[in-house]
Design a protein around this ligand. Structure first.
Ligand SMILES: C[S@@+](CC[C@H](N)C(=O)[O-])C[C@H]1O[C@@H](n2cnc3c(N)ncnc32)[C@H](O)[C@@H]1O
Length: 298
């Protein structure tokens, strides 16, 4: 039976793809790419790769790598394979469990993950990476430190009917899917990442941070196409959130309420786009600060 719980109920492949494509861009690659320690011809494995946005970007920037992505969700893997074909990128995507990797010992130069820790038990996650790494290889674990993030935009409904309907819908979601998928069950402190890497047997453990600005439509350096894509990414996230919740709590909103909620979301983002096109600057901005925890295999 196909496992599509994550892509259907938690985050859709498409919303993750758009969000990560805007986060990990070519024009900001000098900020994030060096943290992956990827050599020109490295064999790399991304764990919990979802629809493959990060792996695709790495392959575009370092074309000589042998790139493999793994995720437990079959829907994500299907999406990733279709995107590889669409983009003409040679990446291998495999449906599998990061806690029991279908690879021989010593297969990879680098293993990495973005926003997967927190949802998996760390020792099982790290010990499998240590096993499949070559001697001298590195595991890189990226965790977004949400407490350090700024978001001055209005991505969430803040008031009025939109908020009332949004809250009514989400308050009715009570299907236990997060629990079943262990979402957020294994969150760690910053120092926890270092001690877990050491406990798993990694050497040369390092904790570093980088900050990306995924959303800044009014910045002078943000081209119009990117600015509009950034604004519309908020719309996509909000509409995806509504469609997921409506699937998970059918009947929580009447069809008329659901249509009203979607209309209100669209109106809010249309208004932001209009302001942008008129040159009205709001200076709303978001940051994403990532803890990059890494350890080497002796
Ligand atoms: C928050 S999402 C992040 C996805 C992707 N790294 C990104 O940043 O867009 C977490 C991902 O981890 C995957 N995942 C969770 N537990 C897993 C496991 N045990 N093995 C493989 N993938 C897993 C989920 O299916 C999901 O795609």
């Amino acid at each position: 039976m196909l496992n599509t719980l994550w892509s259907e109920h938690i985050q859709s492949s498409h919303e993750l793809y758009v969000s990560r494509s805007l986060r990990f861009r070519e024009d900001n690659a000098d900020i994030w790419l060096p943290f992956l320690h990827i050599g020109e011809r490295a064999k790399i494995l991304e764990l919990g790769c979802a629809g493959g946005a990060l792996l695709h970007r790495v392959k575009q920037l370092v074309p000589g790598v042998n790139a493999v992505g793994l995720d437990r969700d079959d829907g994500h893997i299907e999406y990733a394979m279709a995107k590889s074909a669409e983009l003409g990128l040679e990446c291998e995507f495999i449906a599998g469990d990061a806690l029991s990797l279908p690879f021989a010992d010593g297969s990879f130069d680098v293993t990495f993950s973005h926003t997967v820790t927190g949802h998996v038990p760390m020792q099982a996650f790290l010990s499998e990476q240590l096993r499949v790494l070559k001697p001298g290889g590195r595991a890189v674990v990226w965790s977004v430190r949400t407490k350090l993030n700024l978001n001055t935009g209005d991505r969430e409904p803040v008031s009025g009917n939109e908020k009332r309907l949004f809250d009514k819908l989400w308050d009715a979601v009570n299907d236990g899917v997060e629990k079943e998928l262990h979402v957020g069950e294994y969150e760690l402190s910053e120092r926890g990442y270092a001690t877990e890497l050491e406990a798993a047997g990694f050497s040369e453990v390092e904790l570093q941070f980088f900050t990306i600005i995924p959303y800044a439509p009014d910045n002078a350096g943000t081209p119009a196409e990117l600015a509009e894509a950034q604004i519309n990414e908020g719309r996509l996230a909000a509409l995806s959130s509504v469609s997921k919740a409506a699937r998970r709590a059918p009947g929580a909103l009447s069809p008329a309420e659901l249509a009203e909620l979607e209309l209100l979301i669209n109106e809010r983002y249309d208004a932001r786009l209009t302001q942008y096109r008129r040159g009205e600057k709001l200076w709303d901005i978001a940051t994403s600060t990532v803890l990059s925890a890494t350890g080497g295999k002796r």
